[in-house]
Every structure is written in C-alpha cells, then in structure tokens.
Design a protein around this ligand. Structure first.
Ligand code: FAD
Ligand code: UDP
Length: 370
C-alpha cells in the first residue's frame, strides 16, 4: 500500500516525506515512536499557555538560501538574532568571547587591535589542532579556556575537552570586535507560529500518513514498505551488533515563573557553577506576550533519549563499521543526526535530506500512481 516507510518525523524524515509525496506523488507512511511530529524541534504550549521547546532551545540559522527558501514554503518567519550570556566569576558576560566580554570581565578598555595583541600574548601554540581543548587554548589561552569552556564541556559531554573532536568547541568562535550575536549566518529567524506548525504544513498532503506512538522495532513485516528511510540511531537499527554507539542525553526541567521576564537574553550559560549547563527563556525567542515566563534548565545525562552524537575518533570508528553495514542493505536509506552520527544543526539536516532526495530521485524509478 505504501511506497515508502519513513522512520522518524523530525527534520530528516519530514523533509523526505514531503518531497516523496509532493514531488514524486508517492505514498508515504511516516512513523514516530513519540506522540508528536517535529522530532527534537517539537514545540508546544505548556499548561500555562506559554510556547516552549520540549527538547531545549532550537534557533534556526543558515547561510544556505535554498534551505531557507525551502522551509519558507511551510512557514512565515519572525526575525530573531540569538544572544547568549555566560555567568563567569560572578558576572554575566557575552559569549562568544568578544571585545566587550574581555573589557567587562577584566575591567579593561581595550580596542580591537589591543585585544588581538592581548589574545596573542596568552594563546598557547598547538602544533596540530585536534581536540576541543586545542581549538580554544590556541586562540585565547588557558585561563579563558578554563573559565568559559572546560567546565561547561565536561558537564555537557561527561568527558574532558581534550577527549573530544575540535569541531565541538569550534562551533563557538572568538571575536575581537563587539559583535555579540551567537550566530553570524545570513538567515536567522524563528518559525512565526512555531516549529510544530511548520511541520504540520510540511506533512499536510494526501499521500502522507502519519502514525505516532509507533516504534519501528515493533512493526510487523507486513507493515514495512518496499523502501525505508531510517532516521533513528543507526546502531539500534542493527540491534547494536557491534556495541552501543554513545549518544549524550539531557534531562529538561521546564518551569513557569510568576514574573514577566527572568533574564535579559534567551540563553544564559553556566560554565563554572550549577549542575545544569544553560537556562533558556522562551519569550525572547518566540516574541510571545504573556505576563508569566517559561524557562528550561538543561541537565546533561548519560542515559535517556539520544540527543547528541559524541564526536571523537573512537566513536567515529565504531560508526564507520555501522555505516559499512548500512551501505550493504538494499532499499534502506539512513539520514539525520542519529542515523549518520553527525553533530548537525537543523539546516544541515534539511540540506542532507534534500540531497538524499535528489540521489533517490536519480536512482529509484518513480512509482506510477494515477
Ligand atoms: P530527530 O529530530 O532526533 O528525529 C528523529 C526522530 O526519530 C525522533 O522523533 C525519534 O522519536 C524517532 N525515532 C527514533 N527511533 C525510532 C524508532 N525505532 N521508531 C520510530 N521512531 C523513531 N539545531 C539548530 O539548528 N539550532 C539549534 O538551536 C539547535 N538546538 C538544539 C538543542 C538541543 C538540546 C538539541 C538536542 C539539538 C539542537 N539542535 C539545534 C539540533 C537539532 O535538534 C537537529 O539538527 C535536528 O532536530 C535533527 O533532526 P533529525 O530528523 O535528524 O532527528
Ligand atoms: N561551549 C562551552 N561553553 C559555552 C558554550 C559552548 O564550553 O559557554 C562548548 C560546549 O562543549 C558545547 C559546545 O561548545 O557543547 C557547542 O556549543 P553550542 O552552544 O553550539 O551547543 P548546542 O547548542 O549544540 O548544545
């Protein structure tokens, strides 16, 4: 009955469902074991009527016009530039580290040129930049690394930055100007009516059937389609045959406070204190007007839903074994953050899904439906 079974209704699965249904006029069964669409980008109103992100703050940003244009078919946008403060030595200062961060933290009045020299005097030369520690100490030196990165990273990943790939902390740049935006991408915006509404519009097509609360592992063979797109953890697909691939989890504590605003920006990071890594106040992101405010505290955890692949050489080697095995499975495509074990942002997943669609479209003859 279905041409495609798609496992996972996050960005990877939903984009492919939309493309196959609308562009190829093929019939798709999209399943998710959760009771909602949207994957980790899911948002909803909490009991107090405040729009929150169930799985932590999701801020859309991209430099890719085709990806922004594609998503713009399903949502209008609210322009939003993300700003983050880090609580360091009892002060709240901007992160990424920039001119204002250093001047405020050390009571200085440096210019950009002076700050470049100031960093150069402190930077530790590293022969080959491999780890998440190298990336930072080679630019700003050990003191700032310890204040801003070491504690946060140990909390977030349960391991020292020296044991993680450089790509992890390279996500957060260092600047010598006063630009205090978290991202500098050309397109930065939030879906005006929320992510879940955007997904609803994407999946609103007669060729798409969505089955929630449905786990792939418990599907009978008759419910499986000839072709499958799998966006869950790749090791789970193969029953962990080579051992479990480590994914980092989080516990989210969602609260409503009886105050209009709690903090000056959407996210405050805690690299030196607290068990949580960061606190998000959603009204900054959503623009919602409400006399109360909703916050989320993120507590990193080893156990729980898989959220982050943990980038380091051993895990990459294990992933490669699963990937080799996946390449040998006919008529199954592995797409998304969990199935390709990549620390990808939403826009990168949309790009990956659109590229997969193009490959499928070249390789797989279209089903003839009237
Ligand atoms: P997911 O969204 O994880 O979707 C996979 C789906 O598959 C899930 O819904 C899962 O329930 C389902 N599934 C898995 N196994 C099965 C099974 N056996 N049967 C049925 N269903 C199954 N990106 C940004 O661009 N900006 C941000 O600000 C940002 N913030 C983030 C904050 C946090 C805390 C986290 C965890 C991620 C953040 N991301 C952010 C990354 C973003 O969440 C991902 O890039 C994106 O959601 C990945 O989409 P996906 O479809 O690959 O995976
Ligand atoms: N990081 C840090 N201190 C910060 C912010 C980030 O040490 O104040 C490090 C940490 O290892 C984190 C990584 O940089 O996991 C990437 O940060 P980002 O904000 O991109 O994390 P995400 O939003 O993906 O959780």
């Amino acid at each position: 009955m279905y041409d495609w079974l798609i496992v996972g209704a996050g960005f990877a699965g939903s984009v492919l469902a939309e493309r196959l249904a609308r562009d190829r006029n093929e019939r798709v069964l999209l399943i998710d074991r959760r009771d909602h669409i949207g994957g980790n980008a899911y948002d909803c109103l909490n009991d107090d009527g405040l729009l929150i992100h169930q799985y932590g703050p999701h801020i859309f940003h991209t430099n890719a016009k085709p990806i922004f244009d594609y998503l713009s078919r399903f949502t209008p946008w609210r322009p939003y530039e993300h700003r983050v403060l880090a609580e360091v030595d009892g002060q709240r200062v901007p992160i990424p580290i920039n001119l204002d961060t250093i001047n405020q933290l050390y009571g200085l009045d440096l210019s950009s040129e002076e700050l470049q020299r100031w960093f150069a005097e402190r930077a530790e030369p590293v022969a080959e930049i491999r780890t998440a520690e190298d990336v930072v100490v080679s630019v700003v030196g050990r003191e700032l690394y310890e204040k801003f990165f070491r504690g946060y990273t140990r909390k977030q990943w349960g391991r020292d930055p020296s044991q993680l790939d450089k790509s992890v902390t390279a996500r957060v740049p260092t600047r010598t100007d006063r630009d205090n935006r978290y991202f500098t991408d050309t397109y930065q915006a939030m879906p005006k009516h929320g992510y879940t509404e955007m997904f609803r519009a994407m999946l609103d097509h007669p060729n798409i059937t969505v089955a929630l609360g449905t786990d792939f592992q418990t599907l009978g063979t008759t419910q499986r389609a000839r072709r499958t797109i799998f966006t869950g953890p790749i090791d789970a697909y193969f029953d962990h045959c080579y051992g479990a691939l480590p994914y980092r989890s989080l516990r989210f504590e969602h609260v409503t406070r009886n105050e209009t605003w709690h903090q000056p920006v959407a996210v405050v990071n805690y690299p030196q204190t607290e068990e949580f890594t960061r606190v998000t106040e959603y009204k900054h992101l959503t623009g919602q007007v409400h006399d109360r405010t909703a916050l989320t505290y993120e507590y990193p955890a080893a156990e729980g839903d898989p959220y982050y692949p943990i980038p380091c050489p051993e895990h990459q080697a294990l992933f490669k074994r699963y990937e080799q095995r996946a390449l040998a499975v006919p008529d199954v495509w592995f797409v998304g953050r969990l199935a390709t074990y990549r620390y990808y942002n939403m826009d990168q997943i949309v790009g990956q899904a659109l590229a997969t669609f193009r490959r499928i479209d070249e390789a797989v003859p279209r089903q003839a439906h009237r």
